[in-house]
Design a binder for this molecule. Structure first.
Ligand SMILES: NC(=O)c1ccc[n+]([C@@H]2O[C@H](COP(=O)([O-])OP(=O)(O)OC[C@H]3O[C@@H](n4cnc5c(N)ncnc54)[C@H](O)[C@@H]3O)[C@@H](O)[C@H]2O)c1
Length: 310
């Protein structure tokens, strides 16, 4: 069993990445149970064939009801994911409590395999490209701090409770159904005002964007090829795309030539890491490289989102 067989539980499976992951697992012949409180996911996105349990995972009873002894492994995606969360304390508590609940329920039910979606934000403003063994880890957002706290909890369960953990540190993952990120934000703003686009910061922020299909391919490749108790891998692309370039690509896909206005400053908001590029040499060493580089991932996503909004 290696998280690709049997009856799998996906927390946060009604969200952007979770619904695509669910589709993939169903297509591979798995049974899929989705647990999501629909705070940022949509019931209509959950593919036919998956069982949806609507519930808040910060309540231990939600996961106890979902892990019934028939589950073979867990993809743990549920999180409050905004770096701009209006209630950071609640975000930290929710992201850590959800994970503790999932791990305790897995332990009680004898389920030992879990994939977790961590984030580049755990590295803070580290030199680039940032490898997995970079230290010291100094996140600059509560979201990043919550991911780092969760990683340490997962490590504890991997090393003392016999679990196998695949810990994925994502760059920016983009694709169909993406919400609450720069590409959908620009599509929305330009539809409302085709003449002027307001850009947060100075437009020079440079980050790595990875296309959703590449992200899922990479996750499955790592799950199939890495089998230590704790398997930590960066997932991203070797290139970056600036916010100005994203504005150009989105405008181009909409057939517009707007004026850009800037709110100023080197970062979009407090806690924003203006430059991010992860080393993917560890992933590459396992024999996998992304198909789309960063600009291509952005363009494909702009195209996807423009088509969705039509
Ligand atoms: N999209 C990215 O670029 C990116 C980058 C780094 C890490 N990640 C991580 O990947 C995972 C999936 O991200 P996404 O972009 O699909 O986000 P998303 O918000 O679309 O998905 C997260 C899901 O979790 C659910 N959820 C939140 N709180 C919950 C709770 N208390 N109980 C039950 N469900 C709850 C939401 O309703 C949502 O459907 C998250 O853990 C996120 O932190 C995403």
């Amino acid at each position: 069993m290696d998280l690709t067989d049997g009856r799998l539980l996906i927390t946060g499976g009604a969200g952007f990445i979770g619904t695509h992951l669910t589709e993939r697992l169903l297509a591979n012949g798995n049974d899929v149970v989705v647990v999501d409180d629909l705070s940022n996911g949509r019931e209509s996105w959950v593919p036919d064939g998956a069982e949806l349990i609507e519930g808040d995972l910060t309540d231990p009873e939600t996961i106890d009801a979902a892990i019934d002894g028939e589950i073979d492994g867990v993809f743990h995606l549920a999180a409050r994911k905004s770096v701009k969360d209006a209630n950071p304390r609640r975000q930290f508590e929710a992201n850590t409590a959800m994970t503790y609940n999932v791990l305790e329920a897995m332990d009680d039910a004898g389920v030992s395999e879990i994939a977790f979606t961590s984030s580049s934000t755990i590295y803070g403003e580290a030199p680039r490209p940032t490898p997995e063994d970079y230290a010291p880890l100094e996140p600059i957002s509560v979201y990043g701090a919550s991911k780092l706290a969760v990683e340490s909890l997962l490590s504890t369960y991997a090393h003392t409770h016999g679990m196998t953990v695949w810990n994925f540190r994502f760059a920016n993952i983009v694709g169909p159904r993406l919400r609450g990120a720069v590409i959908p934000d620009f599509v929305e703003k330009l539809r409302a005002d085709p003449e002027t686009l307001t850009i947060l910061g100075n437009g020079l922020q440079e980050k790595s964007y990875m296309y959703l299909e590449d992200c899922l391919d990479a996750m499955f490749h790592v799950i199939e090829h890495a089998d230590r108790p704790m398997n930590t891998f960066n997932l991203g692309t070797r290139t970056t795309t600036s916010v100005d370039r994203i504005a150009d690509i989105v405008s181009d896909e909409l057939g517009l030539e707007p004026e850009y206005e800037y709110t100023g400053g080197e970062r979009g908001w407090t806690g924003d890491v203006p430059r991010m590029r992860l080393s993917i040499e560890k992933l590459s060493g396992l024999g996998w490289d992304p198909e789309f580089e960063s600009d291509r991932a952005v363009r494909e996503t702009a195209r996807d989102l423009v088509a969705e909004a039509d």
